[in-house]
Design a binder for this molecule. Structure first.
Ligand code: AKG
Ligand code: FE2
Length: 341
């Protein structure tokens, strides 16, 4: 089972009105978070501050979006190439596991991971102030209120992002100067909100090995958190056994995974969480219903330097990664995982 940690002591209002009890409770939760994420880079989080009502609204909007005719969705097409990574991508445009294929030495796995295109459609949204990763919006009359709602939702989720970042910084025990530098790289303007729809897998597709929902991969982000409907499928890799463990949908719980950037920042103390979305009915031969999920990728400024923090390097006498910018890293990743003509 994926461990669950309650981060409510990290709510910003609590931090401002800081009391000794709050501080010790935060320390205790930070310790729990550390113990959870250092194993497989994943955790379930309660006390994240996103209301059930807001989530219900978000899933309703997602249903409306993907329920539009294809021609309407294509009024906001994800452009060919990696910038901006925004707008609508139809089924089969991404191959999440190719990144994993590139990183493995096992030829069979390489073959398996390279051959499957993801059976999902997605829509990416960012900050309207981001001039490089600029938004690609549907015309207002195609889905009235979509832009207004998703913009508000994006910034609401950034509050949760800041809460989790505070908790991770405390979990790692970073000194103030390093903590401030990491926070400065994460203003929210580089985050990415994604709506995902996995269409039903029908009886006729069940025997087809090339049909997969989302292959095993790690995210390029600093960290990612996500909300899902009741149709399970998300699984996290367990490094020790090599098995995948289900991230069971639970009321009030979001799942968070460390991404490649925080893996580097932490000097490998926290692994980047390997995850996939399985087709649960395949083994039993049953059709699998549609599934909707909403990941939020928390990402650093594109030109900021990402590197193991000096205090963590000093502690083990080894720097596990050379400095890299997020932009460089993301471009390399995008070019391997996306299929655009
Ligand atoms: O849909 C999910 O549960 C996972 C999505 C995901 O891993 C991704 O978009 O990177
Ligand atoms: Fe992912």
């Amino acid at each position: 089972m994926i461990p669950i940690v309650d981060l409510s002591p990290f709510a910003r209002t609590t931090v401002n009105a800081s009391t000794t009890t709050d501080a010790s409770l935060r320390q205790q939760r930070a310790k729990e978070l550390h113990e959870a994420v250092r194993i497989n880079g994943c955790v379930g989080l309660a006390g994240h501050g996103v209301s059930g009502e807001l989530l219900q609204q978000a899933f309703a909007v997602s249903h409306q979006l993907f329920g539009l005719p294809y021609a309407d969705k294509m009024k906001a097409p994800h452009p060919n190439g990696h910038t901006p990574h925004r707008g609508y991508s139809g089924t089969g445009k991404e191959r999440g596991a190719v990144k994993t294929a590139r990183e493995t030495d096992d030829d069979d796995l390489k073959q398996q991971f390279t051959s499957t295109a993801d059976y999902k459609e997605s829509y990416e949204i960012g900050s309207d102030e981001n001039r490089v990763q600029y938004n690609i919006w549907l015309p207002e009359d195609t889905l009235p209120g979509f832009r207004g709602f998703t913009t508000r939702f994006f910034w609401e989720l950034n509050k949760t992002a800041q809460l989790i970042l505070d908790a991770l910084i405390e979990a790692l025990g970073l000194p103030d100067a390093e903590a401030d530098a990491i926070r400065a790289l994460h203003t929210g303007h580089d985050n990415q909100l994604r709506f995902l729809h996995y269409p039903p897998i029908t009886d006729t597709m069940i025997g087809d090995e090339s049909v997969g929902r989302l292959g095993a991969h790690t995210d390029w982000s600093t960290f990612t958190f996500l909300f899902q409907d009741e149709n399970s499928g998300l699984e996290f890799g367990d490094g020790a056994s090599g098995d995948f463990v289900p991230a069971t949908p639970r009321e009030g719980i979001l799942y968070m995974n460390i991404g490649d950037m925080f893996h580097r920042i932490s000097n490998n103390i926290y692994p980047s969480g390997l995850h996939r979305v399985s087709v649960s009915g395949k083994a039993s031969g049953q059709p699998t219903p549609a599934r909707y999920s909403i990941p939020y990728f928390v990402c650093p400024a594109p030109d900021g330097t990402i590197e193991p923090q000096p205090s963590l390097v000093a502690a083990v006498g080894k720097k596990h990664h050379e400095p890299i910018t997020y932009q460089k890293f993301a471009e390399q990743m995008f070019d391997t995982t996306n299929i655009y003509d």
